[in-house]
Design a protein around this ligand. Structure first.
Ligand code: APR
Ligand code: PHB
Length: 389
């Protein structure tokens, strides 16, 4: 097969890039290792920046998001037994959209199907060739047959464990990483949210987050040890621990219910430089991971492909400025989101190794933050998302 752009991975990054390229009339094929149901079955976060909302609209897949998503003008920090609201809209004129990544992925998959675009699911043994030359190729096996896809460019949207980044010679790539000494235990349950906005709690027993997918489905998290196993945490234990970390009024109001999903995720900050290698580009989790505290993962994947989609369209209109500056421009936004996610994680989680002094530092920073309009504005500006350009 021959195409203009070969995309590896049909997660949100690959699917959104496909939708944006389709709008630009650029031919492309997506190769995905898993089945559609598997891709849809992954539970991920659900807070969209305005930049991501605009890109989903630009790709023509925003209708259900605007119908079913929940625009939020703020969120609460909870510590010392009370709420401290961060007025996102008041401080920045912007808001965020609470809409699950699973729903975003479903909308993109439906639109792709409706447009009759080519996605090869269950593509096995994907390998990349010649991206340091002029005729890149992707080889793979599908339905027991070997196949080759020739393209002008290859885009690795294949996540952290994908083949694209792994195909780059180690000498050509630099990794930056920080692993956090704890995880997040997350529960999905069909109960009404404890509060109309998200609550991020800093507590001596550890971090907690009360988020939602709708007015009848919640996503709650507690900081847990990396030695913990999901089996150690019954629903009852989870809710009891969550309530201990929330202000009393919230704990009293919180409705418990059976978990429909429960999982533990490690926390990591990870970035590779650069994000382009000849005719191979990396986007999304293939190039960077953020701890989930700032809900930046999906938003960074969207902004990467927003930049790359425009750059590839410029290339086919005759200018290579976009593709030649993609890596530097994407990394500039990535590092700022990494900094915010690291800062928010450091502020809100329990780090036993930092001792009493570390705890006092957190308390002093929280006290300063909620009493300084300048500090709250800086936080709000990063939370709603920095501009794309
Ligand atoms: N061949 C083909 N497909 C692959 C391969 C491979 N060798 N390796 C991985 N994939 C597919 C995966 O099955 C997955 O569907 O690539 C896709 C990558 O999707 P994601 O991991 O969701 O990454 P991305 O699209 O960049 O989305 C980033 O996902 O993990 C969250 O927090 C993260 O919200 C962020 C978003
Ligand atoms: C989520 O809804 O899963 C979520 C929301 C906000 C975060 C992280 C996760 O910061």
């Amino acid at each position: 097969m021959r195409t203009q752009v070969a995309i590896i991975g049909a997660g949100p990054a690959g699917l959104l890039l496909g939708a944006l390229l389709h709008k630009q009339g650029i031919d492309h094929v997506i190769l995905e290792r898993q089945t559609p149901d598997y891709v849809l079955g992954r539970i991920r976060a659900g807070v969209l920046e305005q930049v991501a909302v605009d890109l989903l609209d630009e790709a023509g897949v925003g209708a259900r998001m605007h119908r079913e998503g929940l625009p939020h003008d703020g969120f609460s920090l909870a510590f010392d037994g009370r709420h401290h609201r961060i007025d996102l809209h008041g401080l920045t004129g912007k808001r965020v959209m609470v809409y699950g990544q699973t729903e975003v992925t479903r909308d993109l998959m439906d639109a792709r199907h409706a447009a009759g675009l080519t996605t090869v699911y269950e593509a096995e043994q994907v390998s990349l060739h010649g991206f340091d030359g002029t005729r890149p190729q992707v080889r793979y096996r599908h339905a027991g047959e070997d196949a080759t896809l020739e393209a002008d460019f290859i885009v690795g949207c294949d996540g952290f464990h994908g083949v694209a980044r792994a195909s780059v010679p180690p000498s050509a790539i630099q990794n930056f990483e920080k692993v956090y000494p704890f995880g997040w235990l997350g529960v999905l349950a069909d109960v009404p949210p404890v509060h109309e906005e998200l609550i991020y709690a800093n507590h001596s027993r550890g971090f907690a987050l009360c988020s939602m997918r709708s007015k009848t489905r919640v996503r709650y998290y507690v900081q847990c040890s990396l030695d913990d196993h999901v089996e150690d945490w019954s629903d009852a234990r989870f809710f009891a621990e969550l309530k201990r970390r929330l202000p009393e009024a919230d704990a009293a109001r919180l409705v418990e219910g059976p978990s429909i999903e429960k999982s533990i995720a490690p926390l990591r900050s990870f970035v590779v430089e650069p994000m382009r290698f000849g005719r191979l580009f990396l986007a999304g989790d293939a190039a960077h991971i953020v701890p989930p505290t700032g809900a930046k993962g999906l938003n960074l994947a969207a902004s990467d492909v927003g930049l790359l989609g425009r750059a590839l369209a410029e290339h086919y209109r005759g200018s290579d400025t976009g593709i030649d500056t993609y890596s530097q421009r994407a990394l500039s936004r990535v590092w700022k989101a990494e900094r915010f996610s690291w800062w928010f994680t450091t502020l809100m989680h329990r780090f036993p190794e930092t001792g009493d002094f570390g705890r006092r530092m957190q308390q002093a920073e929280l006290d300063y933050l909620v009493n300084s309009e300048a500090a709250m504005t800086a936080m709000a500006e990063n939370y709603v998302g920095l501009s794309l350009d």
